[in-house]
Design a protein around this ligand. Structure first.
Ligand code: G6P
Length: 620
């Protein structure tokens, strides 16, 4: 979590840093700060509690200018989100400033010994120890002092550091938190991610663990922790900043929901030619894919829900045992993973700390690792044996939408690919599935067209919910029920809603209702039932009857034209087009996303940046 930016060049640094922070706010947004060398080469700092716009506002009242500086947007780990805990942090003499993303695990012992040596700490953060350590080792060479300080640190970090004696330099380093260099003409950039840089240059170098970077306007030097030079050439980034902008939508989340047909089209065009499926960047050979006798799928949050759906797909079509786990649980339960395991890690950002740690653990135990990942050059993509990129484009809203359906689409194609390799499905069946898969973008367009206009049905349901919620003295909440391959969508629908509307929401396999959740049913809950045509359709109908009999309000997600279900007098109906039940999760996901979006909008919440969350969770 947290986003950092550093700049050395010829432009107004404040502008670059503030714009950069805004593009990194998805990583955290509880406070922000900058440190800049002004025209007189003095190191000036500004910090503000709250979002980057608060900092921007204070800078407009008291302007600052310069050509070199560093900046930070924070997601608190150690210490409350106060101004004093906001980054940058300083040494005792305020000669150097540090911004940091990550967690220093041994900060308490370092802090205790630095205090014994006479250092004065002002914040509650782990980061401040980095500033004091660099101060301790500083002998007119910032890069060397940073190197010595890093050797003392345990944990994870991406940092940018400036020192008043070297006002033309920014020094950066990373260990397990992302950091990229943007190489420009007489200007260079450091940032946690590419969007802050892309407006100025497409030439990017990914900083690796254990590397220290020194940026000057006309020079970038990369060395390892032993001081040896590392030579690297920049890579060209293929997407542009327009893809990371709102394009007329009121929120990134809505824009990203509406991009889904295009994303799935892109996946089809990239992966399917004729009857063939190809994953050109996947470096694992077919022989190696065939060797493992079981598949493990590990991920966090929304990516985990995609993984759960993947289990249904892969088991059904490839007849291979598949288990799934959240990355944070996997790590600590001594998992049975070995050379017989193909481990699939799924991650939009490719930087989620728990997923990265799970990947490393499984690799140590001999598993082959296949990453399904959205961000090129990310840690997870680089550390896996093979990677399949999801091509969803940059996802900015904290609540994941298009990355989810891109993960589902990728898992479908990987499943069919594996089924063919294992001869578990015949060519006729594969052709039938691929033909149906190719219709998904237009089916998604049909759904989105229906729910595009202001005042569409789902937005009305959201309005009704708010009125009902207030009438029931805020006792209303949501339950999401589904069965089989749509059960993970029940979890995802509930997650989307609670993430952005702060209303309690639980997802359940409908068959488990009688084992507990039915006790919650009275007039308070709104129960979203996914009851599209499938092998479990009749069972879902019975569940709906049980809920209606107890006074629950039901929103049914149904197959278009299903008149039969309407006889159950559902309170609200959302229709999705008919599709093979195997592919229905991709279609059903969209109204679930829209329902969450409209409920949050009705309550007037900050949809793209919900409280307490961050898009990329780079700490445990
Ligand atoms: C955070 C985000 C979620 C995301 C999860 C996993 O919780 O808010 O949207 O699903 O992390 O992230 P990843 O980048 O690994 O998919």
């Amino acid at each position: 979590m947290c986003g950092i930016v550093g700049y050395v060049g010829h432009r107004d640094v404040v502008n670059i840093l503030i714009n950069g922070l805004k593009r990194l706010e998805y990583r955290g947004y509880d406070s922000a700060g900058i440190a800049v060398f002004n025209e007189g080469a003095e190191l000036i700092c500004r910090k503000k509690r709250g979002k980057v716009r608060e900092l921007e506002h204070s800078l407009s009242e008291e302007p600052l200018s310069g050509k070199v500086g560093i900046a930070h947007t924070r997601w608190s780990t150690h210490g409350a989100p106060t101004e004093i805990n906001a980054h940058p942090h300083f040494d005792c003499k305020k000669e150097l400033a540090v911004v940091h993303n990550g967690i220093i695990e041994n900060y308490q012992e370092l802090k205790d010994s630095l205090i014994m040596e006479g250092h004065n700490f002002v914040s509650e953060t782990d980061t401040e120890v980095i500033a004091h350590l660099i101060e301790k080792f500083y002998e007119n060479d910032l890069e060397e002092a940073v190197r010595r300080a890093l050797k003392e640190l345990h944990g994870s970090y991406a940092i940018c550091v400036v020192h008043k004696n070297e006002p033309h330099k920014v020094v950066g380093a990373r260990l397990d938190s992302p950091l990229v260099i943007g190489v420009g003409k007489n200007e260079n950039f450091l940032a946690s991610d590419i969007p802050p840089i892309l407006e100025y240059t497409r030439d990017i170098i990914y900083v690796e663990n254990g590397e220290i970077v020194t940026l000057e306007a006309d020079n970038v030097t990369i060395k390892n922790l032993d001081g040896a030079r590392v030579e690297k050439l920049p890579e060209k980034i293929g997407w542009d900043i327009g893809q990371a902008e709102k394009k007329g939508f009121p929120h990134y989340m809505l824009k990203e929901i509406f991009e889904q047909p295009e994303v799935i089209k892109r996946i089809i065009n990239t992966r399917i030619s004729g009857e063939k499926i190809h994953f050109d960047e996947l470096k694992i050979s077919d022989e190696d894919l065939l060797k493992p006798r079981n598949i493990a799928i590990v991920a966090c949050g929304t990516a985990y829900h995609a993984g759960l759906t993947g289990k249904y797909m892969l088991e059904e079509c490839t007849r291979t045992p598949v288990w799934t786990d959240t990355s944070s649980e996997f790590r600590y339960r001594d998992p049975i993973v070995n050379e017989d395991t193909l481990m699939i890690v799924i991650s939009q950002s490719g930087e989620t700390a728990d997923t990265l740690a799970a990947l490393r653990e499984a690799r140590k135990r001999g598993a082959k690792i296949l990453a399904i990942c959205n961000v090129l050059g990310s840690s997870i993509a680089r550390e896996s044996d093979g990677v399949i990129f999801t091509h969803a484009g940059p996802e900015i809203a904290v609540a994941s939408t298009k990355a989810y359906t891109a993960q589902l689409a990728t898992l479908y194609l990987f499943t069919i690919y594996m089924a063919r390799l294992k001869s578990a499905l015949g060519e006729d069946k594969i052709k039938e599935l691929l033909d149906e898969f190719k219709t998904i973008p237009s089916l998604l367009e049909t759904i989105l067209l229906r729910y595009k206009a202001e005042g569409n049905e789902i937005s009305h349901y959201a309005k009704d919910f708010k009125a009902y919620y207030e009438k029931r003295h805020t006792k209303s909440f949501f339950l999401y029920l589904a069965r089989n391959i749509n059960y993970p969508n029940a979890l995802e629908g509930a997650l989307k809603l609670k993430e952005i509307s702060y209303i309690s929401a639980e997802g359940y396999p409908a068959g488990e209702m009688k084992h507990g959740p039915i006790a919650l049913i009275d007039e308070n809950p709104w129960v979203v039932c996914i009851v599209t045509k499938s092998r479990t359709y009749d069972k879902m109908r019975s569940n709906i009857q049980e809920i209606k009999a107890r006074g629950g309000i039901v929103i049914g997600i149904i197959t278009s034209g299903d008149e039969h279900i309407k006889s159950l007098n559902l309170n609200y109906i959302i229709e999705v087009p008919q599709v093979h039940e195997f592919f229905s999760p991709i279609l059903v996901a969209v109204p679930l996303q829209l329902l969450a979006y409209y409920v949050a909008r009705e309550f007037g919440y900050d949809i793209d940046q919900p409280r307490n969350l961050a898009k990329s969770v780079t700490v445990e």
